[in-house]
Design a protein around this ligand. Structure first.
Ligand code: SF4
Length: 183
């Protein structure tokens, strides 16, 4: 798929902005395991797509490195103020929906081998099956967060015109659709 088609795919499915980046622009660090372990988001050990259950971070980083390019996209949502936890949660759910829509469109367009990462836990189910020690309900649709695979989102945005922060009283989330050579 050409870069323009990929950008269109992201924007048509709800992304605010997107960029096609080479593999070399994806910044990785295994230190994100410890950042996730600090559990500021509350998902550590509570989601099949988050550490430690998503798998060893070194293996995920190697998987990320295997894809030659990626479609980096973002959603931007307004907040009432910087303490608007409810607004952040709603924006996170809306972002997860955008990621799922992009995934559906990518599959419909015949995109081959790809690795799709989103933000802050899978969020496909209202309550992840992991919390109840049950198997993942949708292993073919579940998306891991970028940080869980060791991606430094902030530094990865630096080579693009996607801003990591988009002004006061907004929240920005990112996703990355990594594409194989045929993608
Ligand atoms: S699809 Fe459901 S059960 Fe599977 S990781 Fe996502 S939220 Fe959890």
């Amino acid at each position: 798929m050409k870069d323009e088609q990929l950008l269109r795919l992201a924007l048509d499915n709800g992304a605010a902005k997107a960029a096609v980046i080479p593999q070399s622009a994806v910044v990785l660090s295994a230190s994100f395991f410890d950042i996730c372990k600090a559990n500021q988001c509350g998902n550590f050990g509570k989601c099949w797509m988050c550490p430690p259950d998503v798998g060893p971070i070194e293996e995920l980083m190697a998987r990320v490195r295997a894809y030659p390019r990626g479609l980096l996209y973002q959603t931007i949502a307004p907040l009432e103020d910087s303490f608007d936890i409810e607004g952040m949660g709603a924006a996170g759910k809306a972002h997860a929906k955008v990621s799922q829509n992009i995934e559906t469109a990518a599959r419909a367009a015949g995109l081959g081998d790809h690795f799709h990462l989103s933000a802050g836990g899978c969020r496909l189910c209202p309550r992840c099956a992991k919390v109840d020690d049950l198997p993942c309900r949708h292993p073919d649709r579940a998306l891991p967060p970028m940080e869980g695979a060791g991606i430094d989102v902030y530094r990865t945005t630096k080579s693009t015109d996607l801003k990591y922060i988009n002004g006061p009283n907004t929240v920005t989330y990112f996703g990355l659709l990594l594409l194989g050579a045929e993608g």
